[in-house]
Design a protein around this ligand. Structure first.
Ligand code: ASP
Length: 662
């Protein structure tokens, strides 16, 4: 029943036919979007990348084609030969609505199963179903538009970079770990058993080496891989516009990127103004409670710790600072709404949220008794609240001194209230450069200073002497680019001197041995005449998402993964053949637990979990003391192996193992 394509040649895309084509012969090819059978007349809407055209089959004039058309169903692949004919009554909903293609011949090129969801612009299928059947989802106009826009943006960026003298250089995908602060994706080597490549978290070290190699201006549109917890705007693999240049001042890098972004915006029909404004990191935190402030609206934060007398602070258990903002027109919020707001604030980590209503009848507050009428008035004045506004004050416990925890909570409230109260002007495109970042941040989990960006970020010249003595005061030469409250990318002027780079690694707690092992080649390269250099990387999935007006980067990535890092269509990750693992000298241990041992060491329990679950009643004794851990609650069903790490010698010892039954 199926026809061959043979020598048949498409003359027109479906979506391009217009009244001016009336009278012409046309051959179109595409998918059956919809079929309506009215007896003598049968209509097929045929769709391709460019749009939809209505095809008419007339039983009387073309009985053969008509009879054949009765067999087609949605998503069949067809070719139609016919004549473009002006319609009596145009359909204004369709770009091709002024014409019909009156069919003379129908070729059925392929059949299709009934799709799990209709291929329409607006669909109600879940994102999971869409990702599983991505090939059907991709037939919709919206993904087409997004991918076409993505292509145009990337093309424009390449052109812009080329015009400014940048050379695109590819860097390896099979490489060694780059410290961008995430986990690596590792690839085992077949040739060197027990050794691994890491997929690049970014081409950072390579692009710096390209500067040492005299390339002067490098860029690359490149995939990067980071194994971290995913969110709406993160994927395990993502695309960056990666840039590096030699002998730059900060403003040189800024102007390169401004040029790129203004032109990328123009591609999407958006007019952006350069130069972009600058803001210091500490001002962003104190004024907007965010390191990526959304500048499309006001509602700035103000510190009002002084409005809370010592006694009130004690009663309210306020330790750190208090920040306040005015929510325009929210004085009419009900008791219930205020309770909800307070709950939200607590959800963001607030100790408490306190409200002041500025109404025509006067100012009232939930904390008036505690802080007094004068202070209540001051709260309202400080944030410039007008009649009809609600003043929201929040306090939060500062886990790490100087992090302005209350401002960060207030910043979240600002975003939520701004959105709820319609304060955000969605027609605006507000870029912002952030500078003056601290070089280090305290890691609560590792109990140590870690690089706020990556460890190649330059250090403000006058702060260099504090690197060892007061690391928390050292500012970096890093910067971030933000658009409408979304971080588009970050970069820095780099450390280009080997002595300083080595001091920094040491400040991060790397031993001489670790340093040589991980970065030896790079430290060596730095000693051979490294020019001052700097660069930046922009997240292109996020750029495209914003310019396409989408809320998730998955809408602008052809084959996106879920937030659980799964490709539902390709069913990846997946298990592999035993032989493949043997070739690589790798064995997959179904489950591993790493409980801490009170001797300071660690246990490693490798085990199989049975279909029924179950536990192994077994005690394991620490080889270094008279304490034990118990496996009773561990769901073992099958083989298991318990090993112990000596915290001093760093050697593993096998303690016990066997086959568990429950
Ligand atoms: N490598 C950095 C990143 O991926 C960007 C840069 O510093 O150029 O975030």
């Amino acid at each position: 029943m199926l026809d061959f394509l043979g020598e048949l040649k498409r003359t027109h895309y479906c979506g391009v036919l217009r009244a001016s084509d009336a009278g012409r012969a046309a051959t179109i090819m595409g998918w059956v979007h919809r079929r309506r059978d009215l007896g003598n007349l049968l209509f097929l809407d045929v769709r391709d990348r460019s749009g939809i055209v209505q095809v008419v089959f007339n039983k009387e004039t073309q009985p053969e084609a008509h009879a054949k058309a009765e067999h087609v169903r949605s998503e069949f692949v067809v070719a139609v030969e016919g004549k473009v004919t002006e319609r009596e009554k145009a359909n204004p909903e369709l770009a091709t609505g002024e014409i019909d293609l009156v069919a003379t011949k129908l070729h059925i090129l392929n059949t299709a199963k009934t799709p799990p969801f209709p291929v329409e612009e607006e669909i109600s299928a879940s994102e999971e179903t869409r990702l599983r059947y991505r090939y059907l989802d991709l037939r919709r106009p919206r993904p087409h538009r997004n991918l076409a826009l993505r292509h145009k943006i990337l093309l424009e960026m390449r052109k812009t970079m080329d015009e400014m003298g940048f050379i695109e250089v590819e860097t390896p995908m099979l490489t060694r770990s780059t410290p961008e602060g995430a986990r690596d994706y590792l690839v085992p080597s077949r040739v060197h058993h027990g050794q691994f490549y890491a997929l690049p978290q970014s081409p950072q070290i390579f692009k710096q080496i390209l500067m040492i190699g005299g390339l002067d201006r490098y860029f690359q549109i490149v995939k990067c891989f980071r194994d971290e917890d995913l969110r709406a705007d993160r994927q395990p693999e993502f695309t960056q516009l990666d840039v590096e240049m030699s002998f730059p001042r900060q403003e040189d890098i800024f102007s390169v990127i401004e040029n790129v972004m203004v032109r990328a915006c123009a591609v999407a029909g958006i007019e952006a103004q350069a130069p972009f404004p600058h803001m210091l990191y500490k001002d962003a935190i104190r004024k907007y409670g965010s390191d990526k402030p959304d500048m499309r609206f006001g509602m700035e934060l103000h510190e009002v710790t002084n409005c809370f007398p010592a006694e009130a602070k004690q009663k309210l258990q306020i330790g750190g600072n208090v920040f306040v903002l005015a929510a325009p027109g929210a004085a009419a919020y009900s008791r219930k709404q205020l309770d909800e707001l307070a709950e939200k604030a607590k959800g963001h980590g607030a100790r408490g949220a306190y409200f002041v209503k500025v109404a025509a009848e006067g100012i009232t507050s939930t904390v008036e008794k505690l802080i007094g009428a004068e202070n209540v008035k001051k709260l309202a004045e400080t944030c410039g609240a007008k009649t009809g506004d609600l003043v929201v004050a929040v306090a939060a416990k500062e886990e790490i001194k100087g992090t302005e925890a209350a401002a960060l909570v207030a910043g979240q409230m600002r975003l939520q209230l701004g959105e709820a109260l319609g304060q955000i002007d969605k027609t605006q495109w507000k870029f912002l450069w952030l500078t003056g970042f601290p070089l280090f941040e305290w890691s609560g989990t590792d109990k140590t200073w870690v690089s706020a960006q990556h460890p190649f970020t330059g250090i403000e010249d006058e702060d260099l002497e504090k690197l060892e003595s007061a690391p928390w005061e050292v500012r970096s030469k890093g910067y971030d680019l933000v658009l409408n409250g979304v971080e588009l990318g970050s970069g820095s002027i780099r450390i280009h001197r080997q002595d300083i780079q080595e001091r920094l690694f040491k400040a991060l707690g790397l031993t001489e041995e670790q340093l040589r092992r991980r970065f030896g080649f790079f430290l060596d390269a730095l000693t051979y005449g490294t020019p001052p250099h700097g660069g930046i990387a922009l997240g292109l999935d996020r750029v495209t998402m914003l310019l396409a007006g989408e809320k998730s980067i998955r809408e602008v990535i052809a084959f996106a993964k879920t937030t659980a890092a799964v490709d539902l269509m390709a069913e990846s990750p997946s298990t592999v053949d035993e032989e493949q693992l043997d070739d690589l000298s790798v064995r997959a241990i179904p489950n591993v637990l790493r409980p801490r041992c009170s001797c300071g060491g660690v246990w490693r329990i490798s085990f199989e979990r049975g279909p029924k679950g179950g536990g192994l009643a077994k005690d394991l004794f620490c080889p270094l003391g008279d304490h034990k851990i118990t496996l009773a609650s561990v769901d073992i069903n099958g083989w298991w192996l318990a090993e112990h790490l000596n915290p001093v010698t760093k050697k593993w010892t096998i303690i016990d193992g066997g086959k568990g039954t429950t």
